[in-house]
Design a protein around this ligand. Sequence first.
Ligand SMILES: *Cc1c(COP(=O)(O)O)cnc(C)c1O
Length: 721
Amino acid sequence: MPYFDPILTLQDRLPQGLKPLAPLSFNYWWTWSGQQLRLFNTIDHQLWEACHHNPVLFLQKVSRERLDAVATDPDYVQMVQTLMVRFRQYMQFQDCPLAPQISPERPVAYFCAEFGLHESLPIYSGGLGILAGDHLKSASDLALPLVGVGLLYRQGYFRQRLNRQGWQEDYYIDNQFSDLPLELMRSPTGEPLTLTVEIRGRQVVAQIWRVRVGRTDLYLMDSDVAENDPIDRWLTGHLYGGNQETRIAQEVLLGIGGVRLLQTLGLEPGVYHLNEGHAAFALLEVARGEMARTGQSFYGVEGQVRQKCVFTTHTPVPAGHDAFSPDLMDSFFASYWPQLHLSREQFLALGARRLGDPWEPFNMTVLALRLTRAANGVSQLHGEVSRQMWSILYPDQPVAQVPIGAITNGVHAQTWTAPLVSELFRTYVHPEWETHLPDPELWVRVSQIPDRELWQRHQTLKQRLISYTRSHLFTSREQRGETPEQLEAIARWLDPQVLTIGFARRFSPYKRGHLIIRDPERAKRLLTHSERPVQLIFAGKAHPADEEGKRIIQRLMEWCRDPDIQPRVAFIEDYDMHTARALVQGVDLWLNNPRRPLEASGTSGQKVCFNGGINFSVLDGWWCEGYQAGVNGWAIGEDLHTSNQELQDQLDSESLYRLLENEIIPMYYDRDGEGLPRQWLQRMKASIRTNIPRFNTARMVQDYINHIYAPSPELALSGKG
Ligand SMILES: *Cc1c(COP(=O)(O)O)cnc(C)c1O
């Protein structure tokens, strides 16, 4: 069907020698191929930036002259050819030897409301999406048969800009699907493949797009088709936008539609993995299918459903779990529960935390826990918190026996490691370090990296981060209408010789983005110290409905208006994966100070370790497992826990300042005759050596295979199944 194939169409446009760029641009593998910095950037740097690193749009727009120029550059053509050979080798099918129960015919179906693969596909909001993206990439690396299932949002997550008052303004940009590395799934005769779900009394049609992530396919549903009512066409308009009604409608499409999507494509999953509760309605549709297949009742097939389905929870507070009022459930499911041959009461009981209360909301996590054979939290501490929180569902079991285990999150090594650092690992750790991540013996060799070499590369990355930050500041301040003199000053802000602290993540109040300015005068003294100053780079969005989060950003912006502070603080607007990479690769120290235990895992601090950065964090989420006192980083407020929030903030900020003043800053500025901070470098190496083997998604996906997807009996997590 060449006519319908966007890859072939693009290939036609490219001169001989560059034709491999078409298949490469339609597979996100290029983003972790090792050539991600050169591949497209070399052709036309400005256009590449203007296209926001979207290779498909870029190759459609780039001029004939530029293409012809690189097509006659033997080095470039050679690089493309070599990459294509590696790509072909990578894509060659091999069964995952570790999970014989899972096969290409019976893959894992991985459901998630958001996927963060790359900045060019903005359908993610934060940690959950990035984790899902990294999960797909490592599944591909391990040749684990797995397909992703999600929604394709026309406008994705909101974009952020700050006005002169430091207040966050939200706006949206349309994604042009035909300009992205997306392929519309079609029948052999060229018709788009679709699925239908009844939502709000109407038959809603969704078409299906494929995103290639190495060997893994991600399928995304899109309801913006002509047959649909205008309201339904906006169903996949925004990620986490709208009210409860939009939310439940999207979750019906994601869950029930997702199961139908797999049927439409002829896929029969061996395992359904629900990553967070958003997709839990899938369980009902799996049950409906089993009932039709076996002729049994809902309760008759419950066991079979459970056998096929697994669940990962990500939220350590009860209020964070999606729950819908009985009214809302009525309006979305009154025609669905009869198809399960259930009464309204029986149906609503599936999502009720407590039975017998007619106002009890329908909780997606409760539904997921009831109908899956394995459930896990995303760090050991989060597992514990989850067992406590959901013990109400298991009244006959002691809390420790509540069947929720834990698999600690990780990150995808090649996505987050700077090529400059990756080269060091190749030389001193292992020529194929990327495929030997979980081997702690290997990482001992990090000590062989010469201090000078590590430091120089780190400083180069820091300098890059600073240039990147300045250019962002320039653009956003220009848009805010600042004077040429004001703009000109930006070139003197930030200094690569200064200890650089990064703080970037969603600005949810529990993450306490302004803890470091709890005592504004003390913070100012740290930043403006004449010999040993500190500089801060922030980034992150507050959800559009989160006024408190927006106020936190505003307070930071107000604080840094002080002319003494200004040159030492930057806020990069519109946080995304590109900014995240620049930050985690360039900072000296990564600050994370959530209210414990609200950070289920956190992953941004793990990304920093892959680049030699050091963590400075509250002992929450993954850091409880990673932190080694006096060795690989620092812990804020180590053992001081109280339920009084005000007091906790006081204690934690006090600890934060004291550690900076007494340990961190002195160590950073303690230089030997060669100008090297030897002790600091020791800690950088320890951060690499102790964290990389554990906090990567190769280990994580392997854990999912061993304990969740295809467990041998002795490895299954906890008592379920
Ligand atoms: C890694 C990442 C996150 C997650 O950050 P946490 O600090 O773990 O919450 C959020 N957003 C982006 C863009 C990321 O890359």
